[in-house]
Write a protein that binds this ligand. Sequence first.
Ligand SMILES: *[C@@H]1O[C@H](CO)[C@@H](O)[C@H](O)[C@H]1NC(C)=O
Ligand SMILES: *[C@@H]1O[C@H](CO)[C@@H](O)[C@H](O)[C@H]1NC(C)=O
Length: 355
Amino acid sequence: MFHRYSVSLLLLALFFQLSLTDAGLRNKPRYTEEERMAEYVRRGYKFPIEHFNPNTEGWNRLMNQRVSQLMSNPEMQERWDGWIQTLSSAITVPNYTEFGWGLTHAPAQLTEDITQAIHEGLPTARTEGKIDVITGPNVPLFIDRPDLTNRVQRELQPILEAWSGVPLTAYTAYGFRLYRNESRLWMHVDKTRTHVISCIYHIASSENAEPWPVVIEDYHGNTNSVVLKPGDILLYESAKNFHGRPTKFIGDWYTSVFVHFYPTEGWLVKDRDIESHYAIPPQWREQVDSPFPDLRWVGTSATEPDCPDSWCHLINAKEWEGPGEYGMVMTGGGKKYSLGLSDGPPTEATDDDNL
Ligand SMILES: *[C@@H]1O[C@H](CO)[C@@H](O)[C@H](O)[C@H]1NC(C)=O
Ligand SMILES: *[C@@H]1O[C@H](CO)[C@@H](O)[C@H](O)[C@H]1NC(C)=O
């Protein structure tokens, strides 16, 4: 018995040794651990982490907790995946706003037109297929209306540019997804390359739908739980703030569209994903005890299985509720400000929507 155990330990050690120079870990590193460490040192990264981004007390506390939880994870692959997600959030992706999220409202005509299209499309909606971060027995439905998603992208772009303060390039307007009964969306951050300044635009839900909050962290270390009303838009820095819908959706359907932008100037020049690889400290291989609850990683999403709804900070989340207001943003601390949009809301579709 003992002998077999040591042999497998040896094989395991050999596997991990190989995996860092080759393709053993998913997320294939294209470098050896020595090369990676040279980049770590060259960039001046330190452990414990000295400088979070932004460097507020609350964000430091939250991210230091996540680091501690990461280090106690028993699975090497999960630690590796978790480090990349955590460092993107904590350091390598810059922030564009004070809190990283805000609640506003879409032009009324746009919501009205999409709501009508949703009700017309419901009987023939297709299934979307399996999405990694979504769990539950019922896969989402999908209504394809590229004419409307293009219009969403065009009409919302000025709102997201006003909010983030930078010119944006649209990557995608993805919809219309209809979540179904018992769905959950685990906490995660989005792809650093293209999903930077984003929004969730909530259109409508079935009459029997219960409120289903978006949960999102902010740069002062708070966890926020935001219930969107039809027409509400949750603005968020999606590669940076962990977000999800970890509570169970109850009802027939709930539909949103997701719009993702990245800053036009200079963004694509730098690969933040590889930067997160370089920022992982040499200690990542060792498992160290943590005083915090277990944090597990399923691919790129995070769960805390010992807490209700698999997310411990839900217990002290700050609760917010729409409706938001067109042209205004409500954010952390209940702070409200104007986006300073130059035009009023568009009242009807422009000609090219019908192309
Ligand atoms: C980033 O977040 C910090 C903390 O909220 C804030 O002081 C700073 O202004 C933010 N940066 C930008 C560009 O908004
Ligand atoms: C949704 O699922 C719950 C169990 O989680 C069940 O009690 C309820 O009847 C279902 N509702 C609908 C609308 O299917």
